[in-house]
Unconditional design. Structure first.
Length: 574
């Protein structure tokens, strides 16, 4: 007689745990983080990887949900994680203690560094380019103290009304995989965070000659000096504080006079660097940018000495960037003109303004839309005299009223001058062999690190909303999620690399369109493909037997692309 004992939704848990075993994540965590003397049950490392598999599978960072999840997967976790697994190993108290162990900065840095070196060896990763950026994450909570983690600051979530934490991260190109993560208070400026983050990467990867790519906040002269002096390279756009509109106009003056020869940058996959007239006859190249380079020699005082180095400025005109800026400029001019004309309306619903009030309102409109130098405003005054007869106690009187008419006019010369500067940007790099095309492609891939930030705050990792009350544990939770982001990036990278090597695409990932194939599957879609795998445990003739729902062709193909065997699932049946 057969008796059903239970069903377990296995889903992607064996896959995730096998990938973490490949990284030796559990062993490294046990090695670097101290466990309390009274710690019992699963080791800290085993609890950490089990919890991470829940986080990545469910996208839920709440601690109080994990114990129930582990209780429903006891057979799966016993087979994949350790011979003996209790649901109490994943109680919220135990998970809080795991977070507390991650709080030591020195232990975390040593752990992260060894994990990076192990990952680079196992996956044979290139470490030529590292991207740096920052993001913020806000929460509905009070600001506890001036030195606390949650503070008001410039919000990248467009929530300046909420206190926030700031996450500074360095990611390895082209994976977008984090190699260094720092959590600081939300009111800190971005500029001072770059050098400490770069030092952590250097200590972690123990390599020089890397190229660090960042946004304009990484372009601080001291940051560029440090990177150059440490025998590394940088690529970043220069902010307007360093290259003003007037400076840019002076740089571009030879271009507008036709004295500067521009190099064209074509779309990836075509000839990446060619003169303007070198179009191949068989294929018309798609140009995406043009520009020129010049060499500069910045210097910075370091103690009693001065350090000087050579860098090149890559002056680039991006066609799509110019089109976006032109559209934005035209929209602002149109809205400003409409708002100025609204000042002339009278009647119900329109307040009659005095001449000073009209001028102030027009000035505010020009300031708001940033077109003060593009729209000329002429004020025409008309005076109207009205005679009032005596009425009751009111004597006869004469009233004089002055009305102002606003006439906005676009300054054609200023508009043309502004339009000429649109789409131009100056990049700085101390790699004198970096070509114009390499600089354009290199900076355009900055979205890779932004994707990671999106995963933090989206469904993949579920950082928001932040439920933890302890700021120290919030910091450690972000560290834990950075390990989850690392796994997602490695999953994605492994499958995409193998598909490219096989020159194949992967179909079956998109619901409702099974024939749609892709060469660039996301980690989220890959994990979702394993939803529904079920382990059934039955007692047949007093013998416990396990049955696993058969793996589909898509699931087997993904395991093959990852270099894994279906044994990680079949082992659940014993």
């Amino acid at each position: 007689m057969a008796q059903l004992i239970g069903n377990e939704r296995v889903d992607d848990i064996p896959l995730l745990l096998s990938q973490m075993e490949k990284l030796n994540l559990s062993g490294l965590a046990d090695e670097h983080f101290n466990q309390h003397g009274n710690w019992q049950g699963l080791s800290l490392g085993k609890v950490l990887v089990g919890w991470l598999s829940y986080l990545l599978s469910q996208g839920d960072p709440r601690l109080n949900q994990v114990e129930e999840w582990a209780s429903g997967l006891s057979s799966t976790l016993t087979r994949c994680l350790a011979p003996t697994v209790r649901s109490l190993d994943f109680s919220d108290d135990r998970l809080e203690r795991v977070l507390d162990r991650l709080s030591d900065d020195q232990q975390w840095d040593e752990f992260e560094g060894e994990l990076n070196r192990h990952t680079v060896r196992v996956y044979d990763l290139r470490t030529a380019c590292v991207r740096l950026d920052t993001t913020t994450s806000s929460g509905y909570r009070p600001v506890e103290a001036e030195e606390g983690l949650f503070q008001f600051g410039h919000s990248k979530d467009y929530r300046p009304d909420l206190p926030q934490v700031k996450i500074s991260q360095a990611a390895l190109d082209p994976l977008g995989m984090p190699v260094s993560t720092t959590v600081v208070s939300g009111n800190q400026a971005d500029d001072p965070l770059y050098i400490p983050e770069i030092k952590k990467v250097q200590q972690s990867l123990q390599e020089s000659g890397l190229t660090y790519v960042g946004d304009s906040k990484m372009a601080a002269l001291e940051t560029r000096r440090y990177i150059a002096q440490s025998q590394n390279h940088y690529l970043c756009p220069l902010p307007e504080k360093q290259v003003s509109k007037a400076d840019l106009a002076e740089l571009l003056a030879p271009v507008f006079r036709g004295e500067e020869l521009l190099s064209q940058v074509v779309a990836p996959g075509q000839n990446s660097h060619a003169p303007a007239a070198a179009a191949a006859p068989e294929q018309e190249p798609e140009f995406i940018a043009k520009g020129f380079t010049l060499t500069m020699t910045p210097s910075v005082g370091v103690g009693a000495e001065t350090f000087s180095w050579r860098e090149q400025w890559l002056v680039v005109h991006s066609f799509k960037y110019a089109a976006r800026q032109q559209k934005g400029l035209d929209n602002r001019i149109e809205k400003a003109t409409e708002a100025l004309n609204q000042l002339n309306l009278t009647g119900r619903g329109h307040k009659r303004l005095s001449p000073p009030e009209t001028r102030d309102a027009a000035h505010r409109i020009l300031q708001r839309y940033r077109v003060k130098d593009l729209i000329q405003v002429v004020y025409e005054s008309t005076t109207q005299t009205t005679h009032k007869r005596a009425y009751g106690d009111q004597p006869a009187r004469t009233l004089t009223e002055t009305n102002v008419t606003v006439k906005p006019t676009l300054d054609a010369e200023a508009y043309q001058h502004r339009s000429q500067l649109l789409g131009w940007r100056v990049y700085a790099s101390n790699d004198l062999e970096l070509s114009l095309s390499e600089a354009v492609y290199g900076y355009r891939n900055e979205y890779l690190i932004e994707q990671g930030f999106g995963r933090y705050k989206g469904k993949a990792l579920g950082l928001r909303p932040i439920y933890l009350a302890s700021e120290k544990r919030v910091k450690c939770l972000i560290r834990l999620l950075s390990l989850g982001l690392r796994l997602l990036c490695l999953l994605e990278f492994s499958v995409r690399t193998q598909l490219e090597a096989d020159q194949q695409s992967l179909p079956g990932l998109y619901a409702g369109n099974p024939k749609r194939a892709t060469q660039l599957p996301t980690a989220e879609l890959l994990l979702k493909a394993f939803r529904g795998i079920t382990l059934t445990i039955m007692e047949i003739d007093q013998v416990s037997q396990r049955f696993l729902s058969p793996l589909s062709e898509l699931q087997l193909r993904i395991l093959q692309l990852l270099g894994s065997s279906d044994h990680i699932y079949l082992a659940l049946t014993g």
